[in-house]
Design a protein around this ligand. Structure first.
Ligand SMILES: [Zn+2]
Length: 347
């Protein structure tokens, strides 16, 4: 098969080359998927550069999310057929640990990660266990499924499941210009919340407003805590989805009203944060670590996308052979929405 692969870790984009590699062979309980579309994620660029934190043998096919149709069934697979449209869940779970048995497979004790610990979606084909598959609704396109599954599922797991966001509450979404941030705006509006979107550029804030944000904050020029207090008559916000870390996380904690919740799902802007824990017990603030969805919640957001209640935001579609160009654009940060790698003639 053809795949966009890396032979070594590199800052350079040309290290991603489009080459012929061996097509995976599905084993017992596995399926082979003909991949139609896959999204580019920040973890892909981190993995290419060798800063993800988990090492890979070379050559390596990355890609944490993908969708397509089943091309071949391994022995023992009876619940799927050739031609079924599916997306592998990015967490490939063991199905035997305590958390898996309790339906909390998103915190599986022995999970593999697609594209990180096993070959992922940057090839014409990928293989995975049939138990890791999610069915794609008939009316949802391959590109939309690839674009929306991960960000909407992450936002759903964080806001609806972890933070129990409800109608009428106020919610701050930091990094509102990113894939999860823009998805979270839509999920929060669907829940009936008042959305305050924060980003570092005015153009991203305009896009956030277009997606439904009620208020916007430019955190490069304004203090998040002060703005949130002003926007809530001094009360503070009920909930926050924070994915930047550093001073943004500190300001976010300061903006939370007594009894409020902060969901933390990323910290690229500062992983070590000094906080005053008195704030937490004095104000009964809860902090949730979240971000990994269950298959059931990923399936839920695919249904909402098929019903047009959630609309994936796509910045640009590339051919798989142009993966290096997509990585370059991802690292420039000059985009809004998702980059999709596809075989244009197969969509
Ligand atoms: Zn498990």
């Amino acid at each position: 098969m053809k795949a966009a692969i890396i032979h070594n870790y590199s800052e350079g984009f040309s290290s991603l080359s489009y080459e012929e590699v061996e097509t995976p062979k599905p084993g017992v309980g596995e399926v082979l998927i003909r991949v139609k579309a896959r999204a580019v994620n920040h973890c892909d660029t981190d993995l290419r550069k060798g800063i993800f934190g988990i090492e890979q043998p070379f050559p390596w096919v990355m890609g944490v999310d993908a969708c397509g149709e089943i091309a071949e069934l391994g022995d023992g697979v009876s619940n799927f057929s050739i031609g079924d449209r599916v997306a592998p869940h990015f967490l490939l779970t063991c199905n035997t640990c305590q958390n898996c048995l309790e339906g909390k497979e998103n915190i599986c004790e022995r999970a593999e990660i697609l594209g990180v610990t096993v070959w992922g979606g940057y090839g014409d084909y990928l293989k995975c266990k049939s138990t890791d598959l999610i069915r794609i609704p008939e009316t949802l396109s391959d590109i939309d499924a690839a674009a929306g599954q991960l960000p909407f599922a992450t936002a759903w797991e964080s806001l609806i499941v972890a933070a129990s966001l409800s109608a009428g509450e106020s919610v701050l979404i930091t990094a509102a210009g990113g894939g999860v941030g823009s998805a979270a705006i839509q999920v929060a509006k669907l829940a009936g919340a008042r959305v305050i979107a924060a980003a570092g550029e005015s153009s991203k804030l305009e896009r956030a407003r277009a997606l439904g944000a009620d208020e916007v904050i430019n955190y490069t020029t304004d203090n998040i805590e002060d703005c949130c207090k002003d926007l809530t008559n001094g009360r503070g916000i009920d909930c926050a989805l924070e994915m930047i870390g550093g001073t943004i996380l500190k300001q976010t904690i300061g903006a939370i009203t007594p009894g409020g919740r902060v969901v933390v799902i990323g910290a690229h802007g500062g992983e070590q944060v000094e906080v005053d824990f008195v704030e937490f017990f004095r104000k009964h603030i809860t902090v949730h670590g979240a971000g990994r969805s269950t298959k059931a919640h990923a399936s839920k957001v695919l249904s909402l996308m098929a019903n047009k209640q959630l609309i994936p935001v796509i910045h640009k579609t590339f051919h798989l052979s142009e993966a290096a160009e997509a990585h370059k654009l991802m690292e420039s940060r000059n985009f809004f929405g998702r980059m999709i790698l596809t075989d244009k003639d197969s969509i």
